[in-house]
Ligand binder design. Sequence first.
Ligand SMILES: Cc1cc2nc3c(=O)[nH]c(=O)nc-3n(C[C@H](O)[C@H](O)[C@H](O)COP(=O)(O)O)c2cc1C
Length: 193
Amino acid sequence: MAAHAPSGTNIQPWHVIVVTGAKKEALSRELIETALDPARDAEHSQEYAYYPEKWIHPYIERRRKVGYDLYGLLGIPKGDRANMLRQFARNYAFFGAPVGLFFTIDRIMGQGSWLDYGMFLENVMLAARARGLDTCAQAAFIKYHRIVARHLEIPSHQQLVCGMSLGYEDQGKIENSLRTEREPATTFTRFVG
Ligand SMILES: Cc1cc2nc3c(=O)[nH]c(=O)nc-3n(C[C@H](O)[C@H](O)[C@H](O)COP(=O)(O)O)c2cc1C
């Protein structure tokens, strides 16, 4: 389904790794240990900048709001770094989902192929929803791309775009009641002519 996404001149730049079972557990274990250990964590850095280096209005406010709302729901007060980190590290356990997806792209590809990739990712997420499944796209893996590449044997000519958890939403978890907001179209659209 997702492969029906359009891509410039139909080059279909996506590569997907689906990981489950013991392989997924081993990857999770190393990622969690690394994320929770400042010395090991310091050995890793993002392979590409998902976010800007310097935040500006209005993006910084939106980013802060989702953070406040999430940690507010979880009862983690501002400045409680230990619990924030523990919560963040749940990314690396795929939030308890049974399936992990990893998306890679050939390094030679240009920015246009990353546009195509976004469409492919959204299709994966929508196709999952259509089948009663839920997903969480995860840029959190980008920092530990070397660990992910070692476990999943990603060839060096490919780079990690992001990961994704796939499973069923646990409606008993308070964080899943978080509803994000969107700006009305008139705030980001100009009609000319
Ligand atoms: C490419 C991409 C990467 C993301 N990375 C993460 C992540 O690493 N961890 C996480 O919990 N959520 C991640 N998210 C989820 C976003 O934070 C979430 O989609 C956004 O706050 C909007 O909320 P909504 O999906 O409920 O509308 C990511 C979303 C996208 C599209």
